[in-house]
Ligand binder design. Structure first.
Ligand code: FE2
Length: 348
């Protein structure tokens, strides 16, 4: 039978695709797909480069990067005299010469921070006006994302790879424009996208409220509405992937130290000298998974809660994050049109 189909391939290429699909359905085997998911890289250059290496390393055909892709810290570098630089990194003041500059910038870029060359006057201006800091953050975030999009294009030139990159609750809305400048990269936020012939994916970077009151923190009610707006458009729910930044509430995927958000900055709550752990995930996400029972849930947000858990037929994964160490944590998932065949957490 296969020989006949291959004959069709040579004569009528378009028909081959259709015939092959029917053949696999007839045999009940389904075509296998391999997806690589990583999340919460928070601006780390080396983590993103490792992410782009996944198709070659793990033979995956779909790449999904979950939310919280931008960095949290600007590291000003001030030139105090020609070729002499001073900076404060991780609360430690450092002075170095021109020949050490590149290595220092690389180190902080790989940790997800943004090096920023500033004069003494520019530093004063930043200290005096918070809005200048916000503008600078946005500029540096967008510059790095644009360089990542360019790198993605170069890496997958001539290959049929689409890289789905989603924002998270930590990411400003403005980043979407930077992500959508290339055909190789798609920001699938609040949309249903077709991963392949059989699998759709919905994506949401919003979170239930956090102690930090971040750009995409919303109430559980709003989260539920946003998820429902997408699920109502899904054609085939049993094969759908839920790429939802926040993990389901009170699960193995959402455990972290409980924080007191009434103080600034929020402080860990302790009891008997020990930190109190609690689930920081979302009830709306849990309810949606339990109600719709999709094939797969891809989550992040809680870096320290790397885990897999099944909710009915749905496998939910949070690969965790160790971006500040330059370590990319991820998950490879193999699946067909009916079920998950295997999954494996990665770290490297
Ligand atoms: Fe997050």
């Amino acid at each position: 039978m296969c020989g006949q189909f291959h004959t069709h391939l040579r004569i009528i290429p378009n028909c081959y695709i259709e015939i092959r699909r029917k053949h696999f359905r007839f045999s009940g085997m389904g075509r296998n797909h391999r997806l690589f998911f990583a999340t919460d890289v928070h601006g780390s250059e080396i983590c993103f480069r490792k992410f782009l290496n996944a198709p070659k390393l793990y033979q995956v055909d779909t790449l999904v990067l979950g939310g919280d892709i931008t960095g949290k810290v600007i590291v000003p570098i001030v030139e105090t005299a020609p070729g002499k630089f001073v900076t404060t990194f991780l609360d430690i003041k450092q002075e170095f010469d021109q020949d050490k500059l590149k290595a220092f910038e690389e180190k902080i870029t790989n940790s997800g921070y943004y090096p920023y060359h500033a004069t003494e006057d520019q530093m004063k201006s930043l200290k005096n006006d918070r809005s200048n800091v916000d503008k600078l953050f946005l500029k540096l975030m967008i510059e790095r994302l644009e360089s990542w999009v360019k790198l993605t294009e170069e890496t997958f030139k001539g290959k049929a790879v689409v890289c789905y990159i989603t924002g998270g609750n930590d990411d400003p809305y403005e980043i979407s424009e930077a992500l959508n400048k290339s055909k190789r990269v798609q920001d699938p936020e609040e949309r249903v996208v077709q991963l392949d012939d059989e699998h759709e994916m919905i994506s949401l970077g919003y979170s239930n409220p956090t102690p930090w009151k971040l750009p995409r923190d919303v109430s559980e009610e709003v989260l539920a509405e946003k998820i429902e707006a997408m699920t109502s458009k899904v054609q085939n729910m049993p094969t759908c992937v839920f790429n939802l930044h926040v993990p389901p509430k009170e699960s193995m995927l959402d455990q972290c130290p409980l924080l007191d958000g009434s103080v600034d900055p929020p402080k860990p709550v302790s009891s008997g000298g020990q930190p109190v752990f609690a689930g920081a995930g979302s009830k709306a996400v849990l309810d949606a998974i339990q109600k719709h029972q999709p094939l797969l849930g891809l989550h992040g947000h809680i870096h320290e809660s790397r885990a897999a858990q099944k909710f009915g037929r749905t496998l939910c994964l949070n690969p965790g994050s160790e971006y500040s160490e330059g370590i990319l944590r991820g998950a490879i998932v193999t699946y067909n049109e009916k079920k998950i065949l295997s999954y494996q957490f990665t770290s490297g």
